[in-house]
Design a protein around this ligand. Structure first.
Ligand code: GLY
Length: 366
């Protein structure tokens, strides 16, 4: 509470709400509302409310959520699911605030504009802008996109418009066919032909190599397919989540403290940066999986508990007043882009708090 309280204080100075994303070279980085990580701090504040019951956190969370109002109309990238579901989605779940359902439905409409019916997927990135525009892609889809489907499933319920559900299922199915290798690990980027829907390339953007195991991508797959199972009850999605998790768990180079390297195929392991954001996302997913109809549910919870013990130790959890007042140290944004290497990241904190909340609920029998 103290650490996140200080981070929230410093992001609210001068009557302006800013969005802290990371801390590097002694300074907090703040992002604009259209950045893919813009919803995580609001979501962190909602989890602070849920974990403490203190209404002051809810009031703060609401302010940080509502600065994201314009995201519901954003159509130039796919990350609106992360941005709006972590903020408005949690606000709706916890406080049923009037208007939040409408924001989620409008966001789903914006995301649906990126659905490409021939390949049957949501296009993640535009192919004609930024560094992505230099790769020669037509319809790039990244595994991260699995995390945007939760918003679509829920928008289908709020709006009674089943097209959002159908888009989510189509995306999840095609991704399951094309993104995964026989061992359960996944590629980062699949580029589809817009004309005939065939795969043009299987590549990476943020991993070490096209054929490598970029850790956060595996976390997005595990978490994303667990959500697909929750929302559809189609067992194949849970099987995919478990297969990818089991692959990660059995990697011989997985460190004893269970905090993965940024890429499990990186050449200098064990002298490669860890990625705490991967660990916290996997822990949160495993807590949910441990409540599902799976053999050895307790084993998934135990694995998540072990991750949380590591993350909560001084090796990863920052001392009060350090680390720019983020909770966790040692995450990686993108090594190929020389960006955010061995720093705190707001999404590592977000999934850590979500995992803590899920752990608490399971242990209280909620
Ligand atoms: N979604 C972008 C990332 O995982 O870095």
């Amino acid at each position: 509470e103290k650490q996140i309280g200080m981070l929230a204080d410093s992001s609210e100075t001068g009557g302006v709400i800013r969005i802290p994303s990371t801390w590097k070279n002694g300074r907090i980085d703040y992002v604009p509302v259209d950045d893919w990580v813009s919803g995580f701090f609001a979501g962190t504040l909602w989890y602070m409310y849920e974990l403490t019951g203190d209404e002051a956190w809810a009031a703060r969370a609401r302010k940080h959520t509502e600065i994201l109002d314009s995201v519901q109309y954003l159509q130039w990238h796919h990350d609106v699911g992360f941005m709006v579901y972590d903020s408005y989605g949690n606000g709706l779940r916890l406080k049923n605030i009037p208007g939040y359902e409408d924001v989620i439905v409008q966001t789903a409409k914006s995301l649906a504009t990126r659905f490409r019916p021939v390949p049957g997927v949501i296009q993640s990135w535009d192919a004609d802008r930024g560094w992505q525009g230099e790769r020669g892609w037509q319809c790039p889809v990244i595994i991260d996109n699995m995390m945007n489907l939760e918003l679509l499933f829920n928008a289908a319920i709020y709006s009674s418009d089943s097209s959002f559900y159908k888009i989510a299922v189509s995306h999840a199915d095609r991704t399951m066919e094309e993104h995964f290798r026989p061992d359960g690990s996944c590629y980062h980027v699949i580029d589809y032909s817009i004309k005939d829907g065939k795969v043009r390339h299987r590549q990476t953007a943020q991993g070490y190599a096209d054929e490598s195991i970029w850790s956060r991508g595996q976390a997005w797959a595990i978490y994303g397919y667990a959500v697909c199972y929750r929302e559809t009850k189609d067992r194949k999605y849970l099987d995919q989540a478990l297969k990818t998790f089991t692959m990660m768990k059995n990697l011989k180079n997985m460190p004893e403290d269970l905090i993965p390297y940024w890429d499990m195929s990186a050449p200098n392991i064990p002298n490669e940066p860890r990625d705490v954001s991967t660990a916290s996302c996997i822990a949160s997913a495993l807590y949910e999986i441990s409540t599902m109809d799976v053999p050895d549910a307790a084993g998934y919870k135990m694995y998540a508990d072990s991750i949380m013990v590591s993350l909560s130790s001084p090796a990863y959890r920052a001392a009060l007043g350090t680390n720019g007042n983020f909770l966790l140290m040692h995450s990686v944004g993108s090594i190929p882009h020389n960006s955010e290497i061995d720093v705190p990241l707001n999404y590592a904190d977000y999934y850590y708090l979500e995992a803590l909340k899920r752990k608490r609920d399971i242990e209280k029998g909620l």
